[in-house]
Write a protein that binds this ligand. Sequence first.
Ligand code: RP5
Length: 162
Amino acid sequence: MTEPRVGVVMGSQSDWPTMKEAANILEELGVPFETRIVSAHRTPDRMWSYGIEAADRGLQAIVAGAGGAAHLPGMLASKTRVPVIGVPVQTRALSGVDSLYSIVQMPRGFPVATMAIGASGAMNGGLMAAQIVALSDPALAARIDTWRKELAASIPEEPSDE
Ligand code: RP5
């Protein structure tokens, strides 16, 4: 069995419809990954262990999504040198601006690479993780190059009414 190279983690089951976008692109690009619910507030011990063990388990990037008081990405970053990519999940009360601010304003020394709010951010988070893994995986790098070329080719040169 292939060991996961990327962790896709989220604060709640309710984050999964958003974070599935990260999982989907990792799947499409053939990057081994795992998915976990790891809440900074509801399961802090699980979060602690996940951060402490991430590097030794061979994870090369973690995509962490959370909403509201979104402390998961930052707290994970405080426990591991594995790059953490934060995804602000869109909330009903404040539209995800709360999540964004909670994730993006990290203190000096503990960075979180913060993506856009919502599904696009989650998709880009998965893509960013794949690009990190590709730094040491030429076959994956070639798959990403092909994926990017296909995306570019799918964009029409002129707009239409359709
Ligand atoms: C955060 O609280 C989670 O990341 C989620 O976005 C939000 C709401 O969680 P639920 O009440 O839906 O479980 O910790």
